[in-house]
Design a protein around this ligand. Structure first.
Ligand SMILES: NC(=O)c1ccc[n+]([C@@H]2O[C@H](COP(=O)([O-])OP(=O)(O)OC[C@H]3O[C@@H](n4cnc5c(N)ncnc54)[C@H](O)[C@@H]3O)[C@@H](O)[C@H]2O)c1
Length: 267
């Protein structure tokens, strides 16, 4: 018996932007291992299909959905496709997120708007489309991926990312309170310094291989645990929060960070 037997999950950003395990890809695969049927949504059709293929290869059921979660029409289409294929949605895992470096002066308005759209508006749109489905099914669980960047600085300046993730935290609490009486829970996860393809691709952009290596070692050293976490650390909390083991937990924002936010200075 899996903890998510019989459940239907909708995972945004279910692929990963590079080879290896991103948070969304690991969560989609773990949800399936726990018994859920999984709609894998990604702006990249190939990335969505890759994750769906991994699930099917393990004997699970998955649907690949290509679409942009910042687009209301695309979100409604993907939610309808998932409902048509599986009969509803019980778990909404809002994993999509992007990071662009800079303070208010260096960040262009376009960059600011892009980060807000991908990190916050996407969650507003998926909730808009999925909550009525959950209400009709008389229950559901929403798990939003935030970041420790919402509450602290971990080194680089990324004002839009920090503000967007802080918005994710309070958006989660507001939805949780609104829907607590309707058996729908909403919680957020704040990953710390994780070793995912996003790190090399985004923070390591323009760096040489040696510089990337040094950056990764600095990230390991910055964690009180002595090492970065990985996508599975995030996925395991997501599976717990999505399951009935967390039936009385809602509106919570939980760090998965190896103790990172316990210290006031990092690196
Ligand atoms: N890696 C870390 O250290 C770290 C730390 C804190 C928080 N996070 C958070 O984890 C989440 C992402 O994790 P990941 O490893 O899965 O990231 P990722 O960058 O690998 O992205 C996952 C997928 O999202 C897709 N995507 C991007 N924009 C999209 C859009 N508009 N519509 C649909 N799909 C889109 C990409 O194509 C990609 O396949 C983000 O919310 C990020 O902020 C990561």
């Amino acid at each position: 018996m899996g903890r998510l037997d019989g459940r239907i999950a909708f995972v945004t950003g279910a692929g990963s932007i590079g080879p290896g395990w991103g948070n969304g890809k690991a969560a989609a695969v773990l949800f399936a291992r726990e018994g859920a049927r999984v709609a894998c949504c990604d702006i990249s059709a190939a990335a969505a299909e890759e994750t769906a293929g991994l699930i099917r290869a393990e004997g699970g059921e998955a649907l690949a959905l290509a679409g942009d979660v910042t687009d209301l029409e695309a979100v409604h289409t993907m939610v309808s496709q998932a409902c048509d294929a599986f009969g509803g949605i019980d778990i909404l895992h809002n994993n999509v997120g992007t990071l662009e470096l800079g303070g208010p002066v260096e960040t262009s308005l376009e960059s600011w708007n892009r980060v807000m759209a991908v990190n916050v508006t996407s969650m507003f749109l998926t909730c808009k489309a999925v909550l009525p489905v959950m209400v009709a099914r008389q229950g559901g669980a929403i798990v939003n991926v935030s970041s420790v960047g919402a509450i602290t600085s971990v080194g680089p300046t990324y004002v839009s990312y920090a503000a967007s993730k802080a918005a994710v935290n309070q958006f989660t609490r507001a939805v949780a309170l609104d829907y607590a009486g309707r058996n729908i829970r909403a919680n957020a996860i704040m990953p710390g310094l994780m070793r995912t393809p996003m790190v090399e691709k985004t923070l390591g952009a323009g760096m040489s291989a040696d510089e990337v290596d040094a950056m990764l070692r600095r990230r390991d050293a910055a964690c009180p645990a002595g090492r970065m976490g990985d996508a599975w650390d995030v996925a395991k909390l997501a599976a717990f929060l999505a399951s009935d083991d967390a039936a009385y937990i809602t509106g919570q924002v939980i760090a998965v960070d190896g103790g990172l936010t316990l210290r006031s200075s990092t690196f």
